[in-house]
Design a protein around this ligand. Structure first.
Ligand SMILES: [Zn+2]
Length: 466
């Protein structure tokens, strides 16, 4: 790629906004400078704030099997508009991602994505051999609650076997199922990733067992409650369901006290007609998460640093995503430019997801992403989409200290984690160089593309729950 200088940026440094110029070279952040330096191309950021691109660790982009609701192109276009530069897709597609072959097929479909992408692998009562052979995955997802097809697992021994095998498990476990998962994690001395936590009681449970649980919350549980069902009707159906005001306040307190590690969208689109016709759980969210959070920053409910940590730094760390999540020299040039003063209403006609509706329709939010850069390429800029193919994320090797049965007495400590990170750096650098060389098949088409709405309406059975 040509080198690009983003001039007149503001970035957060030790909690303060400072003026800097950012040089992008070879798809990386090459240099962060106080002086203007030369580059092939200079882009004036006009004093707006640049943050690390968001990493949404929980989306359902619906391919294969339900591409009329979303696909990797439409979903990634929506993500780019929402300032999201990396997504990790969930396995409950049709067919579900529960074999190595299914994973390889999904990998091919995802090549059209314009934001970076990764995959969670599904688990069943019988697919442990496939889990062992699945390469380059973010986690193994276990559904302890009702979900697509036969992916729900109830047997504790099976769950234990999966958790023991997987480097990391993401778990849909509500209430007593969360307790069950925690019990197994305690026994194995493992830490798992609890998806969409939304009840005060669940927060209490996690607080007691924090060393075994990474905690994710969604924007819809932070910004909507069961009262919104009155207005939204069936459109508000989601799993887990919208909760009470008291639960919502508990989530906000948990954000402040550090119990919550990540905010992820659980972007699970259905067409509006489908939601109204029958029971379909799931809400779109990948386009609206960042504006909702920036609006909360403007209202002093969160700091910008918290938003960065919860949506970029922490997911990169938890899923061990290589070279992302931080705005620093040497890291991948995945960046989001935000305008904290921009006031805009969420309106369905402006949405780029195939679903074309939002539970936040009509909300006026202050603070929006205006430009999104993925691997050094501008993919979204003030309403324009540039369809430049992105790439699959890579993961660091698991840290040796925690989770293996044979090392039962070891507890995780920040110190140990940091040391391991340092050791891995050299190896990573070598791999990175090779990856950079192999890159650069960039087909640029300049034009916000109309989404293809006409795909078949088949395969309706498996998509009820997320
Ligand atoms: Zn989900």
């Amino acid at each position: 790629m040509k080198s690009k200088l983003l001039k007149n940026c503001k970035i957060l440094e030790d909690g303060n906004l400072v003026e800097r110029h950012i040089l992008l070279e070879d798809h990386k952040i090459a240099y962060i400078s106080e002086e203007i330096i030369t580059a092939d191309e200079v882009i004036d950021i006009k004093g707006n704030i640049v943050i690390p691109g968001l990493i949404d660790g929980h989306v359902h982009f619906r391919e294969p099997g339900m591409a009329h609701k979303e696909d990797f192109l439409s979903g990634s276009i929506a993500a780019s508009k929402g300032g999201v530069t990396t997504i990790i897709d969930m396995p409950n597609t049709i067919p579900p991602t529960i074999t190595v072959q299914n994973l390889e097929e999904k990998r091919k479909l995802a090549e059209k994505s314009i934001v970076n992408y990764g995959f969670h692998f599904g688990s069943t009562t019988t697919n442990l051999p496939e889990i062992k052979n699945a390469k380059n995955i973010a986690s193994v997802k276990i559904f302890l609650n009702v979900s697509t097809g036969n992916l729900r697992i109830e047997n504790s021994e099976t769950i234990e076997a999966i958790m023991n095998e997987a480097k990391l498990c993401t778990i849909h476990g509500e209430e007593e199922n969360l307790t069950k998962a925690i019990g197994i994690a305690q026994k194995l001395k493992k830490k798992f990733y609890a998806c969409h936590i939304c009840l005060e009681s669940e927060i209490k449970e996690i607080r007691k067992n924090k060393k075994h649980v990474y905690c994710e919350v969604t924007p819809h549980h932070l910004f909507l409650t069961e009262k919104d069902k009155e207005k939204l009707g069936k459109l508000a159906d989601v799993k887990p369901s919208l909760k009470t005001d008291k639960d919502r306040e508990a989530l906000w307190k948990a954000l402040q006290s550090g119990i919550v590690d990540t905010i992820a969208t659980d972007h699970a689109p259905h067409k509006k007609e489908e939601k109204l016709e029958s029971e379909k759980s799931g809400l779109p969210g990948v386009e609206t998460m960042l504006p909702l959070l920036l609006d909360a920053v403007n209202k002093n409910r969160l700091t910008l640093q918290q938003v960065i940590d919860l949506t970029s730094k922490n997911p990169a760390k938890i899923f061990r995503i290589k070279n992302k999540g931080v705005l620093k020299e040497g890291y991948d040039a995945d960046l989001t430019v935000i305008d904290m003063d921009l006031d805009k209403e969420v309106t369905s006609d402006k949405l780029l997801t195939k679903t074309k509706w939002s539970p936040f329709e009509g909300k006026v939010l202050k603070g929006w992403p205006i430009t999104t850069i993925v691997n050094g390429n501008i993919v979204y800029d003030h309403g324009n989409i540039y369809e430049i193919r992105s790439k699959e994320i890579k993961y660091e090797k698991p840290k040796p200290s925690f989770g293996r049965k044979k090392e039962e007495n070891q507890e995780p400590t920040e110190e140990k984690e940091e040391n391991t990170e340092k050791q891995e750096t050299t190896e990573e650098k070598q791999q990175e160089t090779e990856e950079t060389k192999e890159k650069d098949k960039e087909a640029i088409q300049e034009q916000p593309k109309e989404n293809q709405n006409q795909e078949s309406q088949s395969n309706e059975k498996g998509d009820k729950n997320e």
